[in-house]
Design a protein around this ligand. Structure first.
Ligand code: DSN
Length: 456
């Protein structure tokens, strides 16, 4: 008998096909990415690294053929070495990096490895406040790293931009070792140049090097496509990202670095910013991870290859075009947006200010019609993490399916109707009496969704 798991996978396929994914951190991968991920590479152990010789200079044909030494702890590495080198080489090209570590299992692991590489216990880090759009791994007290290092949060201004003045004051008041620019709920483009200037002033004040790190998990695909500034071009030493959001690869992490690439098995003489690529390699393995997931690394390589093709640029442009159109249509219908709109793929709505309902209630109502987004706290949110006033949505996944500006109008109309149902249902604290209205919208959503099949 077929395992029940496959039955549930089939059901998930139907759910994904018949609904529209608006969670800004999700996407639909290509068949090729899926195939690489579900391959025999999952059978292989390959702790360690391939040698990095030639990874950024040779053609792909050369990389795929050359037999090179490696720094692995298992035999049988001939193919995985070449695949991992291809992934590294493609990642470096996409992001103008000197080196890439493609082994982190997730964005959280990537961030942990960077902290472990550069910081000593008790060192201080400037990072964005979680409540203002930062990420859990940027110093939330519930994380392991927050128990080891001291995170000092900076916030956003009333107009929704990063408060660079606050960042500068904090950098000059506290002897920090790392400045982190990164977020999972921020609809604007950071001023990387300003942050690099702040780093310089802080280095002069404290008399030591300060690592500039960007966690670009949300916008990595936009950076790869060249339609969003790349922090590595502004003096940042490290950029971490997940590979599954706008970058449209498998679920996983990636660390890109600027600096000198050395051997991951030799002792590092100087712990300085120049050597950060190798310090980080050691921090990923053996510092914080064991065996790499070579099937996922292969899928990352395939996704990076797709992102290097010219049509990926068009895709990224369309993500932003759709997000801007959707934001505009929502505003017309009374939705109050954080930062009054978006400059990237992501939209944050204050549902309390817009319709006097909380974000969780709205998320549940949207779920009923097959439109998935997530409740998300906004700066100064009084609802807390479980019942915040905000919601977060975005356009990477629906743009992959081919939806365009025309469909953004339809989407905004549905979202307004659902918000109005929630307003009526609020007193009852239940959506159950509105099943008929939901099922009408659900069937419209389904009809549209099925016109835009999943790519995989
Ligand atoms: N959980 C991711 C997101 O949804 O943005 C961040 O790690």
């Amino acid at each position: 008998m077929k395992d029940l798991v496959f039955d549930l996978i089939e059901k998930e396929k139907v759910r994904q096909s018949e609904g529209l994914e608006l969670i800004p951190s999700e996407n639909y991968v290509s068949k090729a990415v899926l195939e690489a991920m579900g391959s025999v590479l999952t059978n292989k152990y390959s702790e360690g690294y391939p040698s990095f010789e030639g990874t950024t200079d040779w053609s792909e044909a050369e990389i795929a053929e050359k037999v090179l030494p490696n720094h692995r702890y298992y035999g049988g590495q001939i193919n995985v070495d070449r695949i991992e080198r291809l992934a590294i080489s493609r990642a470096c090209k996409l992001f103008n990096a000197d080196h890439a570590n493609v082994q982190p299992h997730s964005g959280a692991n990537a961030n942990e490895a960077v902290y472990y590489a550069w910081l000593e216990p008790g060192d201080q880090v400037l990072a964005m406040n979680l409540g203002h759009g930062g990420h859990l791994t940027h110093g939330s007290p519930v994380t392991r790293s927050a128990k080891i290092y001291k995170f000092i949060p900076y916030g956003t201004t009333k107009t929704g931009d990063i408060d660079y003045d606050e960042m500068e004051s904090l950098a000059l008041e506290n002897d920090i070792k790392l400045i982190l620019v990164g977020y999972s709920a921020f609809p604007k483009i950071p001023d990387f140049k300003r942050v690099a200037e702040i780093r310089k002033k802080a280095e002069q004040k404290w008399g030591h090097e300060i690592l500039l790190m960007a966690d670009m998990a949300h916008v990595a695909g936009l950076i790869a496509a060249g339609i969003h500034p790349n922090p590595l071009n502004f003096g940042f030493n490290v950029m971490t990202t997940t590979t599954h959001k706008t970058l449209r690869g498998p679920r996983g992490g990636l660390i890109l670095t600027k600096g000198k690439v050395g051997s991951p098995i030799k002792k590092i003489e100087n712990k300085n910013l120049e050597n950060i690529p190798t310090i980080i390699d050691k921090a990923v393995f053996p510092g914080t991870q064991g065996g790499p997931l070579e099937h996922v690394i292969a899928a990352k390589a395939v996704a990076f290859g797709e992102a290097l093709k010219p049509d990926f640029k068009k895709y990224a442009e369309n993500i932003v075009k759709n997000a801007k159109k959707l934001a505009e249509e929502l505003k017309k219908r009374g939705f109050v947006l954080q930062a009054d709109g978006t400059e990237n793929h992501l939209i944050l709505i204050d549902m309390m200010k817009s319709f006097e309902i909380n974000g969780k209630f709205y998320e549940k109502a949207m779920d009923r019609v097959g439109l998935n987004l997530n409740a998300n706290a906004l700066p100064g949110d009084t609802g807390g993490a479980f019942k915040p006033n905000g919601v977060r949505l975005g356009t990477p996944a629906i743009t992959t399916r081919g939806l365009s500006e025309k469909e953004m109008i339809k989407l905004a109309e549905w979202m307004e109707k659902i918000a109005k149902i929630c307003q009526k249902a609020k007193e009852e604290k239940s959506l159950d009496n509105y099943s008929e209205e939901f099922s009408k919208i659900k069937s419209e959503v389904q009809t549209l969704a099925l016109k835009f099949p999943l790519p995989n």
